[in-house]
Structure formats: structure tokens, C-alpha cells
Design a protein around this ligand. Structure first.
Ligand code: BDP
Length: 682
């Protein structure tokens, strides 16, 4: 007996470093320790029979990981108002989770495990959680060949070639992670959709995924190609008013629901960036969306019709979605939701909100965010996105008077909706840590949490995530949280301060190229179209003297944005062409302020490096090294951005870079020669 002990300890000591080394981030925020027999003794997870498959998952999770008292999982059909939510209640000697739906019990179980993981005291707990949105959906831009458009975490999780025969264990792990933060729907494929996804052989693969996801309360949606009837259906065209086309969609939808009875619906990118759509047949977005909506209606399916539409016309790109969609207000079926990107251009580091929000009074609208960091340094830069998401959700549109925030316009408070929804483009791939950067996991987490409860603060979400993902030690949590909270503003500073936008390298969007130009290329894909630098100044004049995009905003925002003196400085160059010498509120010239902002961004990232290095002892070696090396890239990139933009804009401002800030270390001509060989798949 005694002889065993030292061996046991030796083995433990030997294994410990391996365990720490093998910390590859794959566990995400779900780091529950299984209970021991002793911990489980005397506590029960009680469920009334018969038990559905989702409730079974909830019970198994608690059976395996719950170290607290007995938990009673109760389904109460009188509690309709809870929707997919739940109540957690302390009852003398046990805890009760009450829900109206099976999913509610699952979410309640994850809530308990989260509280346990964060080390919270549950005595006397009494809370009710009801999700703010009905559909909380991730959009995967995954192609059928395994590539991911704008994906920076490896190839697609979906192994189309192996499905439906081989079911990767990661499918369930993925679904579980989503369920743990309340995500209840996913679009599997790229919005630039291949018609093949609707072929019978692919639908079998989709069904296999749906069967796994269903256990975690997740519904599957598909992006469709509007030309599918013609391309794979052998129909003469795809005109939404052609009865044959309509019949084809009806039959296709019937076929889908036969094997996937809880199928969610379709996401559609039509007449945008070269994708086919109803306008090809002189029909409207409403004609196209309603045709699909009619096919889906008998099954309670939804159409998420994207408003991300623009063409290379003389009209300011920022105005086009509004111009195309507002005249169609009221023309859409009630199972159509217009899916609108947070900003009117394209997921820039900072944009004002899209003015289409609230401008359609009789049409359901939802917001689309981008979690994947297409315009934020890919998975190399640490940028915590909750502040960006919150900034848009909390923006007051004034659509129905003061207080008409985008959150309230889309969550059913100010506009009635058959179902409300919120979407984000996923940052997930087959990398072992799922998201490429360990801190990019926080953005997936933050989206799920905000989709559930948009009044959570960025601070609360960061704190939860850090505690669950790393450690609950305050010496670690506080500085890391500060770093995360500052990181989005830092990225804006070193990339595009003061409202600058879209000055990225062509096509792949990594790194600066404010000088970028392609002979014969679309102007609305060129940086000069957006920054308009000349000897007079910098910025896009969207005021009444320019494109007048400001007029699309409700009063008083049209006036506030439209006047150089009242326009918030973080949107200055978004709405105005501003003289280099224009005096900012702090007394500096616009040129000097631009220089200081870029410099501040660089200094912020340097400070992140220091914060991280100082906390090494709190983190396992693998994740420490991963994050450390990415911060190095970010710091180098920040200097690259600063030098490229300041040296280039200086050729117009013809003024010195203020002597108080760090001097450029690059030559403009050298920076112009950088041509990264990054592929953008679509
Ligand atoms: C842009 C991306 C492009 C997407 C498009 C979209 O650059 O790859 O296809 O948005 O959202 O952000 O449709």
C-alpha cells in the first residue's frame, strides 16, 4: 500500500506539465471538472419522465459536472412567458430550474455550471432569464470545398466529403459550446452560396449535422443561391413570378422538411456583389423573398433576406441599401426578416449604424455582426468585439422618437415581429482552439451572451469569459479585462481613427493600402473612394454638400452628423471632407490629431504586451506563448498601419508628424511594395 503512494505522486508530478502543455484552447470556456463519486453522493438531478433528448443532455451535463446540491429540472407548461428562458430558484435544500421549453432547462443547466465555474455563491439564488431574441444565429461562410470565406481559423468544421457517414466528434462539441451561451441556430454555408447545397446528396449531409445539433437545441438554416431552380432544377429560369420556379421551391422545401422537420429556413444574399437575385428578372427583393417565404410558411420557416446590396453607381455606397429597401416597406411576408449589417459599408473597425434600421416601420429587421475579423487583423489581433456590438445595439436611431435604440427596434419592443432574430458571421474553423486566436473565443462568447441579453455590459461579459476560460483570480481578471475593453478602440486608433474606413489592402483586407488603386477596378472597392485625400483635406463628404447620406438618418441625427461642428469626432471623416488644419475640440489640427491617434493605437498594443507578459504565471505555457506571439504580430502591424497611413496622408497634408510622437521606421515606397499572398475564397 505504501509503496503505491510515491509511484502515484511521481506519476502525477510527471503528468502535470504534460497536462499544462497540452492546453491548446480547445476547451473554450467550458472547463468544468467532472465530479468525483464522493462529490456526487447524496445529490440528485431530478427530471420528470418522459424526458426529451434535450433535457437528457441537460441532466447528463449536471450529473457529470455539478458539485452543488440536488437540482430539480421542471418543465412547466404554464410558464409560456419564459419562452426559451428559465427560472433558477433556491428551495431550502435544493435548486430548482423551471422552464417552459426543453431548451430552457438546458440553458438553465449551463447557467448553473457557469456560476459554479466562476466560483459564485448560489445560496438564496432566485433569478429569471428570458432571451431578448427568438433566433440567435451564427452565419458560417463555409464553402462546400472546405474553405471558409473570411475564415482565419483553418478550414471548415464541416467535413462535407465524409458526411453523412462519418460524424466528427467536433460537431457535438461545437453544438454544446453554442448551447452553453444560448445560441439556438446556425447557417451552415456561405452567403455566396453554391446551388449544390440543395442537391439531395448534400441535403443528406445537412440532415446528419441537424441530427447532432438538435440535441443541443440548435436549428439548421441554409444559405441559398437564387438561381438554384435553373442551375440544379432544370427550370428554364429562376424568375420568382414564374409558376414553375415557385413550384420548384415548394417541392424543395417539402423535401427538406421531410428529413429535417425542425429546419429553420433560408438566408439569402441576392443581387449583391454579383450574386443572382430577383432583379435579374426585373422583380423586387420583396418578390424574391416572398416566393421563398410562401414555400416555407407551412412549416413555420423563416427567410432572412440580406440588405447588404450595392452596385458600382455614382450613388454613395453607404446609401444604397436604404434606397433599395425603404420603398419596399410593408411588402414583405411576416416570415421574412431583413438582415442588416451593423454599418452601412461593411464591418469596418468603426461605422455609424446603418440608417435602414427603423426606417422600415412595417418590416421585421435583424442585425448582422461579423465575429470573424475580416477588417480587424484576422485572427492575429486581439480585438474584443463586445464594445463594437454594444455600440451599435445601443445606438439611438430616433426612428420612433428618443430611445429608439437598435436593440429595441429589433428585439420586439418597438416593432412587433412574428419572430425576432440576431445574427453574426462566425469565426470558427477546425483549428484546435476553434477561433485561431485564443482571445477570439471571447467574441463568439460575447455574441451569444448579447443575443441572449443585450443589456449585459462588455465588462460583465469579459469578466465571465476570463473567469471561465482562464482563472477567476482577480490579479489576472482585472488587468486582462481592461486590456480587452480597450482593445477595440486600440484597433480603431492604429487602423482607421476619426471615421476613416475601408483603406485596407485590396481583396484580402489585411494591412493598410490607403494608396490602393486597381486599373479598371470597381471604385467602391478602392481606398481613395473612401478617404478622398487631397491637398484640401481628408474624408468622405456625406453632408448636404456631398452625397447627403446624412439625410437618411432621423432628426436630430441628420443635423448632428451633417454639421462639422456637431458631428462626433469619431465619425468626422466618415461624414465630412475635413481640412487638414481644421481645429479639433482639444485644439489640435485634424492632421495632428490623426497622428496622435495612430500613435496612441501603437502605444496601446505595446501596453497589452506588457500586461500579458506580466501575468505569465497565471496562464498555461501553451496559451501564454500563443497569445504572446500574436501580440508581437499585432504590435508590428500597428506600427505598419501607423507608418503607412501617416506617411501616405502626409503627401497631401504636407505637414510634419508632431515631434512628440514616435517617428516612422518605414519608408513609404517600401510599404507600397508589400503584396501579401493571402487568398480570399469565395
Ligand atoms: C464582405 C466580404 C465578402 C462577403 C460580403 C457579404 O468581403 O467576402 O461575401 O461581405 O457579406 O464583408 O456578403
Amino acid at each position: 500500500m505504501f509503496t503505491n503512494k510515491p509511484r502515484f505522486f511521481a506519476c502525477f508530478i510527471f503528468l502535470l506539465p504534460i497536462f499544462l502543455l497540452a492546453e491548446d484552447g480547445s476547451l473554450l470556456w467550458l472547463r468544468y471538472d467532472p465530479v468525483t463519486a464522493a462529490q456526487a453522493a447524496g445529490r440528485h438531478i431530478i427530471v420528470a419522465k418522459p424526458m426529451g433528448a434535450i433535457v437528457q443532455v441537460a441532466k447528463t451535463e449536471l450529473d457529470t459536472y455539478w458539485r452543488g446540491p440536488t437540482v430539480d429540472l421542471v418543465l412547466d407548461k404554464k410558464m409560456k412567458h419564459l419562452n426559451e428562458g428559465y427560472q433558477l430558484k433556491w428551495k431550502k435544500d435544493h435548486l430548482q430550474v423551471v422552464a417552459y421549453k426543453d431548451r430552457g432547462l438546458l440553458y438553465g443547466a449551463y447557467h448553473l455550471l457557469r456560476l459554479q465555474q466562476e466560483g459564485r455563491d448560489l445560496q438564496g439564488i432566485d433569478l429569471t432569464e428570458i432571451p431578448d431574441y427568438d433566433v440567435r444565429i451564427l452565419n458560417h461562410w463555409d464553402n462546400l470545398d472546405g474553405t471558409v470565406e473570411r475564415g482565419y481559423a483553418g478550414r471548415s468544421l464541416w467535413k462535407w466529403d465524409e458526411l453523412p457517414t462519418a460524424i466528427s466528434p467536433r460537431y457535438a462539441a461545437y453544438a454544446r459550446s453554442n448551447a452553453s451561451i444560448g445560441i439556438n441556430a446556425v447557417v451552415l454555408n456561405n452567403v455566396n452560396a453554391s446551388p449544390d447545397i440543395l442537391r439531395p446528396d448534400y441535403l443528406l449531409k445537412v440532415k446528419a449535422l441537424a441530427d447532432v445539433f438538435r440535441l443541443y437545441g440548435i436549428q439548421v438554416y441554409l444559405s441559398i443561391n437564387f438561381s438554384s431552380p435553373k442551375v440544379i432544377g432544370g427550370v428554364h429560369d429562376s424568375d420568382p413570378l414564374n409558376p414553375e420556379v415557385r413550384a420548384w421551391w415548394k417541392a424543395k422545401v417539402r423535401e427538406i422538411y421531410k428529413s429535417i422537420p425542425d429546419f429553420g429556413g433560408f438566408l439569402v444574399k441576392a443581387n449583391s456583389e454579383g450574386q443572382p437575385g430577383p432583379q435579374d428578372y426585373n422583380r423586387t427583393h420583396a418578390d424574391g423573398a416572398n416566393m421563398l417565404a410562401d414555400a416555407l410558411a407551412p412549416y413555420n420557416g423563416l427567410v432572412m433576406w440580406r440588405a447588404f446590396v450595392y452596385n458600382p453607381t455614382n450613388e454613395d455606397r453607404a446609401k444604397q441599401a436604404y434606397l433599395e429597401f425603404v420603398p419596399l416597406d410593408g411588402a414583405f411576408r411576416d416570415n421574412v426578416i431583413i438582415q442588416i449589417k451593423n454599418g452601412p459599408i461593411d464591418f469596418q473597425p468603426r461605422e455609424p449604424f446603418t440608417p435602414l434600421f427603423g426606417a422600415m416601420k412595417e418590416t421585421t429587421q435583424m442585425i448582422e455582426f461579423q465575429i470573424t475579423q475580416e477588417y480587424l487583423g484576422f485572427s492575429n489581433h486581439l480585438v474584443y468585439l463586445a464594445p463594437l456590438f454594444k455600440e451599435t445595439l445601443d445606438s439611438d436611431t430616433y426612428a420612433s422618437g428618443k430611445g429608439s435604440t437598435i436593440a429595441k427596434l429589433t428585439d420586439g419592443t418597438l416593432r412587433t415581429a412574428k419572430r425576432t432574430a440576431i445574427a453574426a458571421v462566425a469565426n470558427i474553423g477546425e483549428d484546435s482552439n476553434w477561433t485561431g486566436h485564443n482571445f477570439a473565443q471571447a467574441n463568439w462568447y460575447a455574441f451569444g451572451r448579447l443575443a441572449w441579453n443585450h443589456s449585459l455590459t462588455s465588462d460583465q461579459i469579459a469578466s465571465e469569459w476570463i473567469r471561465s476560460t482562464f482563472t477567476p483570480h482577480e490579479e489576472f481578471v482585472q488587468p486582462i479585462k481592461q486590456m480587452m475593453l480597450e482593445s477595440r478602440e486600440a484597433a480603431v486608433n492604429y487602423m482607421m481613427p476619426l471615421g476613416l474606413h475601408h483603406i485596407f489592402a485590396f481583396d484580402h483586407h489585411y494591412g493598410p493600402e490607403p494608396w490602393g488603386d486597381r486599373q479598371g477596378g470597381r471604385p467602391d472597392w478602392m481606398p481613395w473612394y473612401y478617404h478622398n485625400a487631397n491637398s484640401a483635406g481628408l474624408g468622405f463628404d456625406r453632408s448636404a454638400t456631398g452625397s447627403n447620406a446624412v439625410s437618411q438618418y432621423f432628426a436630430p441625427l441628420d443635423r448632428i452628423y451633417g454639421d462639422l461642428e456637431t458631428c462626433p469626432e469619431n465619425f468626422l471623416l466618415w461624414f465630412h471632407h475635413v481640412p487638414w488644419s481644421y481645429q479639433m475640440k482639444n485644439g489640435r489640427s485634424m492632421w495632428a490629431e490623426l497622428c496622435y491617434k495612430y500613435d496612441e493605437g501603437v502605444q496601446q498594443v505595446r501596453a497589452f504586451q506588457q500586461i500579458w507578459d506580466k501575468l505569465e504565471s497565471h496562464v498555461d505555457s501553451q496559451r501564454f506563448a500563443d497569445v504572446q506571439s500574436k501580440l508581437k504580430i499585432q504590435a508590428k502591424d500597428a506600427v505598419w498601419w501607423k507608418d503607412a497611413c501617416l506617411l501616405y496622408f502626409q503627401t497631401f497634408s504636407e505637414q510634419p508628424i508632431p515631434y512628440a510622437i514616435e517617428r516612422p521606421i518605414h519608408e513609404l515606397e517600401d510599404l507600397k511594395k508589400i503584396k501579401l499572398k493571402l487568398k480570399h475564397h469565395n
